[in-house]
Write a protein that binds this ligand. Structure first.
Ligand SMILES: [Zn+2]
Length: 234
């Protein structure tokens, strides 16, 4: 261990003594090796266990796309729950490491099944203007966590977002479906030939974004598509 690292650790401990980090969910002071949430809340995360049921309620949403073989959400996104707090901090408070943490935990769950073996992981891309504004793509952080556990590369060059849709959340459900139609582009479709593609998003709501992307990816003669979200409404 070098001197710089020791100094950094001492400094971090010093800061934590003055401003102790607390659990996002229950506000108890975090101890060493805990990040964002305490061990108690981590164990109590509202897992959907969707991934254990191949024909779950989310999978039904994408039944029209035959290449989609797996759809799952890690957590239940109920209104006042911990999933909402975590995703909110990840998206709007700059806590990008929450994405890594969630991705790693869910990646472990998925790895243990031994059934999902993607060749490539795509985060749902942000438009470059939004990326500049936020500083990072929250779905990419999740994808990187999944990538560590599943030992699969994340790609952010093949799939891009062409259109800037900043007011999407304010639009009605119908116009949202129309809106996502030509938003994304697969830059090098030949690179996806016969590949098992995992597509990662933070929250799955209507399924419009994931559905539109899945259809575009399916056209590239991929082998299979897996849709994975960190949270979905019940
Ligand atoms: Zn807690």
């Amino acid at each position: 261990m070098n001197l710089f690292r020791i100094t950094a650790e001492v400094w971090n401990d010093f800061l934590l003594n003055i401003f102790p980090a607390v659990c996002i969910n229950c506000n108890t002071t975090l101890v060493r090796n805990e990040q964002y949430i305490c061990s108690k809340c981590k164990i109590a995360l509202p897992r959907t266990n969707d991934y254990l049921d191949p024909t779950n309620r989310l999978f039904q949403k994408f039944a029209y796309e035959p290449k989609v073989k797996h759809v799952s959400s890690f957590l239940d996104y109920n209104k006042h729950g911990i999933a909402r707090k975590l995703i909110h901090s990840l998206k709007y408070r700059g806590e990008m490491d929450i994405g890594l943490m969630l991705g790693r935990i869910y990646g472990e769950d998925l790895r243990k099944t031994g059934k999902l073996r993607p060749d490539i992981i795509f985060p749902v891309p942000l438009h470059h203007r939004k990326l500049k504004k936020r500083g990072y793509n929250q779905s990419e952080m999740i994808a990187l966590g999944l990538s560590e556990s599943l030992e699969v590369e994340v790609d952010t060059d093949i799939l891009i977002r062409k259109t800037y849709t900043s007011t999407q959340t304010k639009k009605s459900r119908v116009s949202r479906w129309e809106n996502v139609g030509n938003v994304f582009e697969v830059v090098s479709p030949e690179l996806l030939y016969n590949k098992r593609v995992m597509l990662v998003d933070d929250v799955l709501t209507t399924g419009a974004t994931m559905g539109s992307l899945a259809s575009q990816i399916a056209k590239c003669d991929v082998h299979e598509i897996y849709l994975v979200a960190m949270a979905a409404g019940s």
